[in-house]
Design a protein. Structure first.
Length: 465
């Protein structure tokens, strides 16, 4: 029978931690799934210039902290950070927004480490101003001259307005000297209104087929304060040769207007920067490809289309069986939900993780389906806790995304949430490393006496087949 475990990854040494460790990310070494790296908005406990990553070498049961990421800021570590392992050789790659650069002029850096055992600062391969929300996917390819790491860093490159949806691609990231072959590729071919949405996501098939999905902003209107009324299309592009040719991401053309990039759905709306449960809304997006079938691809997004008054947003999931050319109607919808994450296992089981605001709580849920929800899915509520505890110190509160990965038949994921040690908050159970009393629902510092108030922690989960 499948098993599921949930682990609070804050190490025991940080039992006194009170920071808002939001916006988590995850990488699992495909060659050695016991080796896992997680990230969040976590400051260096010693206040140094390097931000930490969380490291596990026992499959996520226990975690330690290792400060190796350049660009730390006091209080939050880096800005956005995502990570990915190569599929061979164990190299680890990261895309970050440097915390030591003004937020109004974001600075993206692409980093490399030889492996999970390295304690040296990650090597900076690329530095470029203005991109936002870097998202790393890595692989390895065997060519006549040996094995290379092919690495993709999707990002919203605000230095290239209005067509800001982009992917930095390297065909030789493992051994080449900086910039290690990385080249920025604009994947938006239409004329958006001002820019594209912040998230750009990648899904890679082992045969080299690579999909990229983004939100093409068609109209932008002010709604008061910093809230924007956005009308957008969800667009999927594809490259059948790994995205490394002279004209990448041009292998999928829209069936209606013949432009590069097939629209999954058009004319959807969202209230960008509106709030729900202390969290900001806007820009939720995910994509996954079936590892057994490069033609089978899934996309998830959130919008306000059809939502009743007061509803924050609705999550939608759709499916294509012909390389992204045509798309199904909604296979799944979830109201008042955000942060969709998708992955497909080697037995073609689809995983969907998301965070839903309901009855004053944030609930993080994992659903698994082998038939696109035609029959009831396997469903796990991983965490549920009051949405008003703790009070938000900054945005995002939980994060603009979570992550779900598959390795073989197993699913691995990470999310952030309220860390109150209450058994009622974890219907599937949980393991803590930091000092916690599940009877009194109280966190304690290293002395096991000093009380520590609730904060936001990252949580790891593993569903083993």
């Amino acid at each position: 029978m499948p098993t599921l475990k949930v682990v609070n990854i804050t190490p025991a040494a940080l039992s006194g931690g009170r920071s808002q460790d939001a916006e988590p990310n995850l990488a699992v070494n495909p060659e050695r799934p016991s080796e896992i790296v997680a990230t969040a908005f976590t400051p260096d406990p010693m206040g140094g210039p390097l931000a930490p990553i969380y490291v596990s070498t026992d499959g996520g049961q226990t975690w330690g902290l290792r400060s190796i990421v350049p660009g730390a800021a006091a209080g939050t570590g880096t800005g956005d950070i995502s990570v990915g392992f190569a599929s061979e050789g164990g190299a680890l790659y990261a895309g970050i927004l440097s915390g030591r650069h003004p937020a109004q002029a974001t600075r993206m850096q692409i980093l490399r480490s030889p492996g999970i055992s390295s304690t040296a600062p990650m090597e900076v391969l690329v530095t470029r101003d203005r991109p936002d929300q870097p998202w790393v996917v890595a692989s390895s390819v065997r060519l006549h001259d040996g094995t290379r790491d092919r690495v993709y860093v999707a990002n919203n490159d605000l230095g290239r307005q209005p067509q800001t949806a982009a992917v930095d691609v390297s065909d030789n990231a493992r051994t080449a000297s900086a910039p290690a072959g990385f080249k920025p590729r604009v994947i938006e071919r239409r004329a958006p209104s001002g820019q594209d949405g912040p998230p750009v996501r990648i899904a890679l098939h082992p045969d080299g087929t690579v999909y990229a999905v983004f939100e093409s902003w068609r109209d932008v209107g002010e709604a008061g304060g910093d809230i924007l009324n956005i009308t957008f299309d969800v667009v999927v592009t594809r490259d059948d040769e790994g995205g490394v040719g002279p004209n990448p991401f041009q292998d999928l053309k829209d069936a209606e207007d013949s432009e590069i990039g097939q629209r999954v759905v058009a004319g959807r709306t969202e209230r960008f920067n509106a709030s729900m449960g202390q969290e900001r809304l806007g820009g939720d997006l995910a994509v996954a490809v079936d590892p057994t079938d490069p033609a089978g691809v899934w996309v998830a997004w959130c919008d306000r289309g059809g939502a009743a008054p007061g509803v924050g947003c609705t999550l939608h999931v759709r499916h294509s069986t012909d390389h992204g050319q045509t798309w199904s109607a909604d296979a799944r919808t979830v109201t008042d939900a955000k942060n969709p994450a998708l992955a497909v296992s080697t037995d073609s089981l689809l995983g969907l993780a998301y965070q839903q605001f309901r009855q004053g709580q944030w609930a993080t849920t994992l659903e698994l389906t082998g038939d696109g929800w035609q029959t009831p899915a396997e469903r796990h509520v991983l965490h549920q806790a009051p949405a008003d505890v703790p009070r938000a110190r900054f945005l995002p509160y939980l994060g603009d995304y979570i992550r779900l990965l598959s390795v073989g038949r197993d699913f691995y994921g990470v999310f952030s949430g309220n860390n109150t040690p209450d058994p009622a908050d974890f219907p599937e159970g949980v393991t803590y490393q930091r000092h916690a009393d599940f009877v009194s629902h109280q966190l304690f510092d290293l002395d096991n006496v000093t009380r520590v108030p609730p904060s936001i922690d990252p949580f790891f989960f593993h569903r083993a087949a």
